[in-house]
Write a protein that binds this ligand. Structure first.
Ligand SMILES: C[S@@+](CC[C@H](N)C(=O)[O-])C[C@H]1O[C@@H](n2cnc3c(N)ncnc32)[C@H](O)[C@@H]1O
Length: 277
């Protein structure tokens, strides 16, 4: 295609694409040209052959099911603008339920909060942005993930502490008022992990042993030691794991246990308090 204008390109790709929506194509064009939608349709710029080639390659990748966020290296979450790459899970809207509930449960008084398995930093950095007085720690076993989270801390002008560790191994007992986590919880035999939506994401961010409950059990067990008295654990889990997760919370001495629903009406977050009187 010679002397092609941006809008012409969008229209021609819509005819040939099966997975890419008009919005996907527009976002990829805007990403490569570094323009917003206003300029795309008002100025309708001509594309150089290099820009055209770049857009074609990205659309090819999107057509194989690669998440748009990995192509533009960008996603909105809560009140944040996040950088992502393939070393971190693309933060999901369901996880905003976790953030909302933690914020609703505590005022701005200084508390120590741990975002366990932080990935891109989505949860911890959202909390730090809304409650600048909280002492937020973000931990992950993946150094690559912590590098991404660190970019996101700066990008969103927040201040959190990073720790590279295997779940709660490096923390002192009775240290945190709140632990919040979205751990890996998919059963390794679940065919969804090979689906277009998930196959590009880091497997260690998704899959856990013991039918998906292995890491959840470890976190609840270790969390019961690292929380202060009356401290709270907020944990995201799979839509069909709620009853089992509630039982694990009970077996490690949590009380006041609540299940919270996601936007589709599924129980997706479990909250428990330690040693509630
Ligand atoms: C489902 S992702 C969640 C990422 C992010 N919190 C979010 O909600 O978008 C799980 C995260 O747990 C981390 N993780 C997996 N095993 C871990 C372990 N043993 N210790 C600490 N973090 C771990 C992964 O690297 C990944 O970043």
């Amino acid at each position: 295609m010679n002397d092609c204008r941006a809008s012409q390109l969008v229209n021609s790709f819509i005819q040939s694409c099966s997975i890419c929506s008009r919005l996907d194509i527009e976002l990829l064009v805007m990403h490569v040209l570094e323009i917003d939608k206003n300029i795309l349709y008002r100025d309708d710029p001509f594309l150089t052959s290099q820009e055209l080639e770049k857009i074609e390659k990205l659309i090819e990748r999107r057509e194989t099911g690669e998440p748009l966020a990995y192509l533009t290296h960008n996603i909105g979450f809560w009140n944040l603008d996040l950088y992502v790459n393939r070393t971190v899970l693309v933060p999901r809207p369901e996880t905003e339920v976790l953030v909302q509930n933690v914020l609703d449960s505590f005022n701005s008084e200084r508390i120590a909060v741990l975002d366990l398995g932080t990935g891109s930093g989505a949860i911890g950095i959202s909390l730090a942005k809304d409650r600048p007085d909280w002492l937020v720690t973000c931990s992950d076993i993946s150094l690559d993930a912590l590098k991404v989270a660190s970019i996101n801390m700066s990008r969103n002008s927040t201040n959190v502490q990073f720790v590279n560790t295997d779940w709660l191994n490096s923390f002192k007992p009775k240290h945190f008022d709140v632990i919040v986590t979205n751990p890996p919880y998919i059963n390794s035999s679940d065919p969804r992990i090979f689906s277009d939506g998930l196959k590009y994401e880091p497997i260690e961010a998704l899959v856990s042993d013991s039918e998906g409950l292995g890491d959840i059990k470890k976190i609840i067990q270790q969390g019961s030691k690292m929380l202060k008295d009356k401290g709270c654990l907020f944990l995201e889990h799979g839509y069909d794991q709620s009853d089992k997760v509630v039982d694990i919370f009970k077996s490690y001495g949590f009380s006041g246990i609540k299940s919270l629903k996601d936007l589709n009406g599924h129980n997706r977050v479990c909250v428990g308090q330690l040693n509630k009187c």
